[in-house]
Design a binder for this molecule. Structure first.
Ligand code: LLP
Length: 431
C-alpha cells in the first residue's frame, strides 16, 4: 500500500494504523476523518532529529498548522517539542486554548489585520513573520503601545518557481507573499526593520511552494538567500540568527509518486548550506523549516459510504459518496491525485473505472476522475488515502453539509479529537 500504516486484514477489510476501517465507519459513521497519531509523531521526529543532526544548534521544524488545525494536534506538537506556524487569530486561539506554549509560535500571513496583530501579542506569540512594510510598521506601533519589543523575521521572495502547481507556488518575484529581492525592495524592508524601535530583527523567511519532491529548489533558494544575507551584512552590518527556508517537501499521494526520505533531503540541503556559508564567509544561521503536509498527510484517511453507482452508458461511471468537496476540496481546486480503495473488499480486482463524485450541487465536486477501483455496492465503505493535510482544515459547510469528525488512532485504540458537526451547529450562528 501507499504507506506502511495501511494494510488489509484476513476479512479483506482495509486497516489503518492496525484498525479495521469498516469497524471505525460503523462506530463513528461516515464521512469520517481518521488520523494516525503514531505516524504524525514519527514524521515529526524524523524532521526534528534530522534538523538537529545536520543544522546548527537551535534549528527547528515548525509545524505549518494550516495543514491540519485542531486543539489535539497542537497538544501533540507541544509534547513533541517543536514550534508551530500559525496564520490567523483562529489558529492562534486554537493553539493557545490547547495550552501550546505560544512563545514557540511563528505568526505568518500576508494580510494580518491590526486586531490580529494585537491579539497575537496579547496571546504571547513569540515571533511575527512580517510580510511587508506596512505590516512591519503596524507591528512596531502596536508593540510600542503594549510596551513590548517584538521578535520578527522578514518574509522575502527569492524569485523561484519550484515547478509545482501554479496555485501552490509562492516564491516567485510576482507572488503576493513577501517583499522581492530581485526588485531591490527587500533591502528597504531590512533597513526599516533595523530602524524601528519596538521590533527585534531575528532573520529572514522565505517559502517557495508546496509538494516539492527534490532538494534542488531548496538549494537554489539557499544560494539566493545567502547571497542576500551577504549583501545585507555589507549594507547594514546585520547578520541573521535565523533563516527560515519554508515548508513544502512533497507527499506521496499515489503509487506513481516517489517515496521521500526526508532525512536524506534535509541532509542534502545541509550540504549546500555548509558549502555556501563557507564560500560566502558567513556564520551558518539556525535553520527553520515549516513542513505542513509532510507531517500529517499520510497520517490521514477519509471514509465515505457509497450512496449510489451510476453508469452513464457509453460515457462514464460515477460512484457517489456521502461527502465530497466540503470535506476534501483539493481535486476541485488543484486536480490533486488520490488513491481510492473499497475498504470492505480491499483485495478484490480493481477493474471498474469510475469517477468518485461528491454530494454537492456542483459538477466539479469530484474526489477523483476515472480511477480503477473495485466496483462498489450501495452502502459499502470507500476510503480515500493520504487525506491528513488540507482536508479537515479546508472543509466547508457548502450546501449546509456538516463537517465530519476527526478520530485519532493510537496504539490500536481510537478516540475522538473533533466531534461531528450537527445540524444545530450548522444553524448556531443564524439569528
Ligand atoms: N510555510 C508557508 C509560509 C506556507 O505558505 C505553507 C503552505 C507551508 C509552510 C506549508 O507547506 P507544506 O509543507 O504543507 O507544503 N492548500 C494547499 C496548499 C497551500 C499551502 C500554502 N502554504 C493544498 O491543499 O495543497
Amino acid at each position: 500500500m501507499i504507506c506502511d500504516n495501511i494494510s488489509v486484514n484476513e476479512k479483506g477489510h482495509l486497516t489503518f494504523a492496525g484498525i479495521d476501517t469498516t469497524e471505525l465507519a460503523k462506530k463513528y459513521g461516515t464521512p469520517l476523518y481518521l488520523m494516525d497519531e503514531n505516524k504524525i509523531r514519527e514524521r515529526v521526529r524524523v524532521y526534528k532529529n534530522a534538523m538537529e543532526r545536520y543544522f546548527p544548534k537551535g534549528s527547528m521544524p515548525e509545524f505549518a498548522s494550516k495543514a491540519f488545525s485542531c486543539k489535539q494536534i497542537y497538544r501533540i506538537m507541544a509534547e513533541e517539542g517543536i514550534d508551530i506556524d500559525v496564520v490567523s487569530a483562529g489558529e492562534i486561539f486554537t493553539a493557545s486554548s490547547a495550552g501550546f506554549p505560544m512563545d514557540r509560535a511563528f505568526f505568518h500571513g500576508n494580510s494580518k489585520t491590526d486586531e490580529e496583530i494585537r491579539f497575537a501579542m496579547e496571546k504571547g506569540v513569540g515571533t511575527f513573520v512580517a510580510d511587508n512594510e506596512e505590516e512591519l510598521k503596524a507591528i512596531n506601533e502596536i508593540a510600542g503601545e503594549m510596551g513590548k519589543k517584538q521578535r520578527v523575521l522578514l518574509r522575502v521572495s527569492p524569485g523561484i518557481d519550484p515547478h509545482t502547481h501554479k496555485k501552490i507556488s509562492t516564491g516567485s518575484t510576482e507572488s503576493k507573499f513577501g517583499v522581492a529581492i530581485e526588485t531591490g525592495q527587500a533591502k528597504g524592508f531590512v533597513k526599516l526593520a533595523i530602524e524601528l524601535e519596538n521590533v527585534e530583527l531575528q532573520g529572514y523567511h522565505c517559502h517557495i511552494g508546496s509538494q516539492i519532491f527534490e532538494s534542488e529548489p531548496f538549494a537554489t533558494t539557499l544560494e539566493i538567500m545567502l547571497g542576500f544575507i551577504v549583501e545585507m551584512k555589507k549594507a547594514f552590518n546585520f547578520e541573521p540568527e535565523i533563516l527560515n527556508i519554508g515548508g513544502g517537501f512533497g507527499v506521496r499521494y499515489v503509487e506513481q509518486e516517489p517515496v521521500i526520505d526526508y532525512d536524506e533531503k534535509i541532509k542534502e540541503v545541509s550540504y549546500v548550506l555548509n558549502k555556501q556559508c563557507e564560500r560566502f564567509g558567513i556564520a551558518i544561521p539556525k535553520i527553520h523549516m515549516e513542513p505542513g503536509r509532510s507531517l500529517v498527510a499520510d497520517a490521514g484517511m477519509t471514509l465515505y459510504t457509497v450512496t449510489n453507482v451510476k453508469e452513464v452508458k457509453g460515457y462514464k461511471n460515477y460512484v457517489s459518496i456521502d461527502g465530497g468537496m466540503t470535506d476534501n476540496p483539493r481535486y476541485t481546486l488543484y486536480e490533486s491525485p488520490y488513491t481510492v480503495v473499497l475498504a470492505s473488499r480491499a483485495n478484490d480486482e480493481k477493474d471498474f473505472v469510475a469517477t468518485i463524485s461528491g454530494r454537492c450541487c456542483e459538477s466539479g465536486d469530484l474526489i477523483q476522475e476515472d480511477v480503477n477501483i473495485t466496483k462498489p455496492l450501495k452502502d459499502e465503505i470507500l476510503a480515500v488515502l493520504t487525506t491528513g493535510a488540507y482536508n479537515y482544515s479546508m472543509a466547508s459547510n457548502y450546501n449546509r453539509v456538516p463537517r465530519p469528525p476527526v478520530v485519532m488512532l493510537k496504539d490500536g485504540e481510537d478516540y475522538l479529537a473533533v466531534k461531528r458537526e450537527s445540524l444545530e451547529d450548522i444553524c448556531s450562528l443564524d439569528i
